[in-house]
Design a protein around this ligand. Structure first.
Ligand SMILES: Nc1nc2c(c(=O)[nH]1)N[C@H]1C(S)=C(S)[C@@H](COP(=O)(O)O)O[C@H]1N2
Ligand SMILES: [Mo]
Length: 261
């Protein structure tokens, strides 16, 4: 992931912080954290603390040491909702991130855009942007957490992916929804079906109440607030419902595919 200006507070050693957290975490949180790649981003998701803004590393560790079984049960339940925030909490400007500079981001033409649907679905028709915009819209203000150690709160609007899956007659017993993006080097990412069906997983068409700008994934991104940032594909052009693990851009480079809570 690109070196977006590191927002980590100076003097905090990421590696040491993660190591301390591993020591403090009770099982099964610890096992899950290690299996997920033991990153600073995962720690942020886990605790809701962001070392990159106000909360100090020490506070984060204190919070971890106070984890009790009940909290853990809630955190590791796949149906648990990610925390939501208010308009006032939105990070402005919201960061851009990709494996290239902002000026090189895909520049899709909404006029001839078509979202292609493949695999284990009854209705394989492609969707124009007009058709997608007519789907019921919900808005959520949630935190986006990047594995690099920064996070930001944003407002995303669109339609719940689970409703769309129902609409197209997807076989929800399949293992994955695999998304492909328009990036030159073919960014893609598999999403496990449990997360695809999570009530907050969204086909997103707007950011902060306005049509999704190019930098945040125009015309569509998949917003997954229970996963790390790289599991939130932008510039999405197709989805395949499949039982095959097809890998993904960061997943193929060693990032854990689950990468969430
Ligand atoms: N198509 C595509 N999607 C992508 C990426 C990318 O490079 N290409 N980067 C991922 C990563 S690592 C992050 S942190 C977020 C950044 O989203 P933002 O630019 O809206 O902050 O997009 C994710 N989705
Ligand atoms: Mo990221």
């Amino acid at each position: 992931m690109r070196r977006l200006r590191s927002l980590l507070i100076p003097g905090v050693d990421k590696k040491l912080l993660v190591r301390d957290a591993v020591k403090l975490l009770p099982d099964p949180a610890r096992r899950r954290f290690i299996a997920g790649g033991a990153s600073l981003g995962a720690l942020t998701l886990l605790t809701g603390c962001d070392v990159s803004d106000s909360v100090s590393a020490e506070k984060l560790l204190v919070r971890i040491s106070k984890f009790n079984d009940k909290v853990q049960a809630a955190i590791f339940n796949p149906n648990t909702l990610a925390p939501t925030y208010t308009e006032a909490d939105i990070t402005r400007p919201f960061p851009f991130n990709g494996y290239y500079a902002e000026a090189e981001a895909p520049d899709l033409d909404g006029e001839d855009y078509e979202f292609e649907v493949r695999g284990l679905v009854d209705n394989k028709k492609s969707w124009t942007l007009d058709e997608l915009y007519r789907l019921p819209e919900v808005t959520q203000i949630t935190r986006h957490v990047c594995v690099e150690g920064w996070s930001a709160i944003g407002s995303w609007s669109g339609t719940p992916l689970r409703d769309f899956l129902k609409l197209i007659g997807a076989d929800t017993r399949a293992k994955y929804c695999w998304f492909q993006c328009a990036d030159v080097d073919g960014y893609n990412s598999p999403l496990d079906m449990a997360t695809a069906l999570h009530p907050q997983t969204q086909m997103t068409f707007k950011f902060d109440g306005k049509i999704l700008p190019r930098k945040y994934g125009y015309p569509m991104k998949i917003r997954v607030p229970t996963k790390l940032g790289f599991k939130n594909p932008k510039y999405v052009i197709s989805m395949e419902v499949t039982n095959d693990y097809k890998g993904g851009y960061w997943e193929d480079q060693g990032y854990n595919s689950f990468s969430g809570l």
